[in-house]
Write a protein of this length. Structure first.
Length: 186
């Protein structure tokens, strides 16, 4: 019997080594019940995926709203800064007239009132953000200047530079509100 037992063990070992058969435990449920236990996991996974998607949408929407709020606040500040620009632009001819009156009054004595009014108007407009453009002697810049005419330059170094200014240019809050009308040396 020992020979038979040895032969049976050898054949059993050959079967187990040659073929890998899955071990079935009697305590584990069959395949039908495992698919049922996996179904709640897939439902849970679906809910987790849906939660992650909704959370992502929420974060994006919140970020978009925050950007909108910042952008509208910035636009509101710019609107407030530029709201006075129409008034300042309409006051520029008055400022030019005062400058002409001061040049004329330099020839005559006793017009201190015109000078005082001019200084007060100029300082008030500068306090609101108006700044006069300095052009004479600078290179001609099409972004700042409007060329009226070209004249022969007095020297080589004055070629392409502003020789004279017919009308002053102005910045309002660092933006050009009126281009300087200039005469350029050629």
């Amino acid at each position: 019997m020992s020979d038979k037992t040895e032969n049976q063990q050898e054949s059993l070992e050959k079967e187990t080594v040659g073929e890998a058969k899955p071990l079935v435990d009697e305590n584990t449920p069959n395949n039908d019940s495992t698919s049922e236990s996996q179904q709640p996991l897939s439902e849970e996974e679906k809910l987790r995926a849906q939660l992650a998607e909704l959370n992502d949408k929420f974060v994006r929407l919140y970020s978009e709203f925050d950007n909108f709020r910042k952008r509208t606040a910035k636009e509101r500040l710019e609107l407030i800064k530029s709201a006075a620009s129409d008034l300042v632009i309409s006051m520029l001819p008055v400022l030019d007239d005062f400058e002409r009156a001061m040049k004329f009054s330099q020839n005559q004595e006793g017009d201190a009132g015109v000078t005082l009014i001019y200084q007060k108007l100029k300082s008030t407009l500068e306090a609101k953000g108006l700044k006069r453009m300095e052009s004479i002697g600078k290179e001609f810049d099409a972004d700042l200047h409007e060329a009226i005419t070209n004249v022969p330059a007095a020297s080589e170094e004055m070629k392409g530079k502003v020789v004279d200014e017919a009308e002053s240019g102005y910045f309002f809050n660092e933006k050009v509100i009126r281009f300087a009308k200039v005469i350029v040396g050629a």
